[in-house]
Write a protein that binds this ligand. Structure first.
Ligand code: 0O2
Length: 231
């Protein structure tokens, strides 16, 4: 028998009947909760896919370049709760963590970020809990992205539950910078010197300038090809 299986058997034997039942109930409830988060994440992904298709029909181009989803792993949930001194319980986890389910929507142009966010938030069963606009107000290190914490209903066989999802909406240029910066930081394991941080900040400025130029170009192309269109 593998070592961890022996350990598990010993732990089970050491528990009294009541503790064992409690542990089973908690893990069942936990598994159920994670299913809700997974379904909420898939629901949000589908809704952005639909919004993208609708926009293509209307305007002939895709505002969404790609959509990524991720469900926080149990060790990662534990680590974040520990870091924030949140006691480990299901209620505290639901209350204290906003990003168990995460959806990242990568858009073509800066304007698309707002269009997609606003159209999504207009849906009458979506509740906006928190908005962090790191595009209007970038982080000191240069990070840019629009973050929405929302709650969306998930319908399972035994009922409906409003479930939180963190949505990050950003352009390809913003995502390029954030992905590389994240890699360099390697989950907070690496530290930067002042020069390195300054270099990263300047790269963020370059990516913002690129976004502005491409957006300007998009408007010029549109105007040139649609001279009678007022937009
Ligand atoms: P991972 O691996 O992407 O999940 P909150 O929980 O909302 O109260 P938090 O978590 O600090 O507070 O929220 P914030 O600032 O909105 O950041 C949440 C997520 O945004 C991060 O999740 C990153 O995905 C992304 N993010 C924020 N700041 C930066 C940054 O400076 N660089 C990069 N590359 N990404 C950033 P996690 O949990 O850190 O990581």
């Amino acid at each position: 028998m593998p070592d961890n299986a022996i350990l598990r058997q010993k732990m089970m034997a050491a528990m009294d009947e009541e503790t064992m039942q409690q542990a089973q109930t908690v893990s069942k409830e936990f598994a159920k909760l994670i299913v809700y988060y997974k379904c909420a994440m898939l629901e949000v992904q589908t809704r952005f896919t639909v919004l993208n298709e609708a926009y293509i029909l209307e305007h002939g181009r895709a505002p969404v370049s790609s959509i990524k989803t991720r469900l926080k792993t149990i060790p990662s949930i534990r680590e974040k709760m520990k870091r924030r001194s949140i006691p480990f319980s299901l209620e505290a986890m639901e209350e204290g963590l906003n990003d168990i389910a995460g959806v990242r929507v990568i858009c073509a142009f800066p304007e698309d970020v707002n269009t997609m966010a606003n159209t999504f938030l207009q849906q009458d069963d979506v509740v906006l809990l928190r908005k962090k606009d790191y595009i209007t107000n970038p982080k000191p290190n240069g990070y840019r992205s629009l973050h929405l914490i929302i709650a969306i209903p998930v319908h399972l066989a035994d009922g409906k539950r409003m479930t939180k999802v963190e949505i990050q909406i950003r352009t390809i240029a913003m995502d390029f910078w954030a992905s590389l910066e994240h890699q360099l930081r390697y989950k907070r394991a690496n530290e930067f010197t002042e020069e390195m941080a300054q270099e990263l900040y300047e790269c963020a400025q370059l990516s913002a300038a690129l976004d502005n130029r491409m957006d300007h170009l998009r408007r010029s192309v549109h105007k040139y090809n649609n001279p009678t269109d007022g937009t």
